[in-house]
Design a protein around this ligand. Structure first.
Ligand SMILES: [Zn+2]
Length: 341
């Protein structure tokens, strides 16, 4: 970078201060999950100045937005106490899908009852008088990962979150691909077996029914039912501690039942990735969420499947951001609405 000549110092330094304020603009990002609502106060480079979480208030749109009100009020109070940056925008992310044309929820599962049809963007704009951004949590997390996580510098980027379901988002040339009807990046519902397992979306054989923590637990439960499981897996089931995490721990200790369930999940990861690669040919795919902790136990079988399918393989890396990625992405989305002068 070429160094610019230094401006002469002005006694009152009005301009540098003004520029400083712009660069330090902050937004509040809120991520509404089925259990918890997370909220952050973040700058445009993804720096989190403050954060909080509270239980999601289920029971309709107004109850959920009351949780957003509380998050915003508490973060705003702390912001006012510091007296430094300006609150410039808001962002909100959740499961489901939003129409980018009017900011309304166009799809929501039973996990967020009463959310479908809510004109969230308008409601936020009216409530707070600030530019407001809404999108699903997978898109928000991908935006954050690209901006300040492991996705930095990627040109065609796919960020996947492997948790209870499978979420994701795409950035091309640094721009989040949201889709005309908010349906872009819905990787969890790619059909990988049209006669397959029923999904919460009403479809069958969706990718997240094969690659998710729920799918991993189901795979081990199937093995137990069919008498193929190992003793430790049966014991975990008997003590109601059969979870993706406990299966992962058993696999690291060499449990063959856990290892084969994870390997099967990894193979399905490869099957879906093949579709992703054939559409987008990304240079980088990051994996976030609880299952990403399985690292090579999961990724190696996926790579084997891709090699078998003879498709070009992108770099596959662990995401760097944690469970706050959705809230950070929502804040970044909000700040994207207020371009710097
Ligand atoms: Zn589905």
């Amino acid at each position: 970078m070429v160094a610019r000549p230094r401006r002469p110092r002005q006694p009152q330094q009005l301009r540098p201060q003004a520029r400083d304020r712009t660069q330090r603009r902050v937004a509040i990002g809120v991520d509404i999950g089925a259990t918890n609502t997370k909220a952050v106060l973040a700058t445009a480079d993804g720096t989190v100045l403050d954060r909080l979480h509270l239980p999601t208030r289920l029971g309709g749109a107004e109850a959920m937005l009351a949780g957003v009100d509380e998050s915003v009020a508490r973060l705003r109070e702390r912001l006012d106490a510091t007296g430094v940056p300006d609150l410039a925008a808001l962002g909100l992310a959740s499961g489901g899908r939003y129409s980018q044309a009017d900011g309304t929820v166009v799809f929501a599962t039973g996990a967020l009852p009463g959310w479908l049809g809510t004109p969230v963007r308008d409601m936020l704009t009216h409530r707070y008088g600030l530019p407001s951004w809404v999108d699903n949590d997978g898109n928000a997390a991908a935006l954050a990962e690209w901006t300040c996580g492991a996705g930095q510098g990627s040109d065609i980027f796919v960020g996947l979150t492997l948790g209870t379901g499978l979420g994701g988002g795409v950035l091309i040339g640094g721009r989040l691909v949201q889709g005309v009807r908010g349906n872009a990046g819905e990787f969890g519902h790619l059909t990988i077996d049209e006669q397959g397992r029923p999904c919460s979306c009403g479809g069958r054989g969706c990718w997240e029914r094969y690659v998710s923590s729920v799918a991993l637990v189901e795979a081990v439960e199937d093995a137990i039912r069919e008498g193929r499981a190992t003793r430790p897996m049966e014991e975990l089931r008997a003590t109601a501690t059969l979870t993706a995490r406990s299966i992962g721990q058993a696999a690291r200790q060499g449990d063959t039942c856990a290892l084969s369930a994870i390997a099967e999940l990894g193979r399905w990861l490869g099957v879906g990735l093949r579709n992703v690669i054939n559409v987008l040919d990304p240079d980088l795919v990051t994996l976030a969420g609880g299952l990403a902790e399985l690292d090579n136990l999961l990724v190696a079988p996926a790579l084997d499947e891709l090699a078998r399918q003879r498709v070009p393989v992108p770099r596959i890396a662990r995401a760097r951001l944690d469970i706050w990625a959705g809230a950070v992405g929502a804040a970044l989305g909000g700040l994207s609405l207020v371009a710097s002068p």
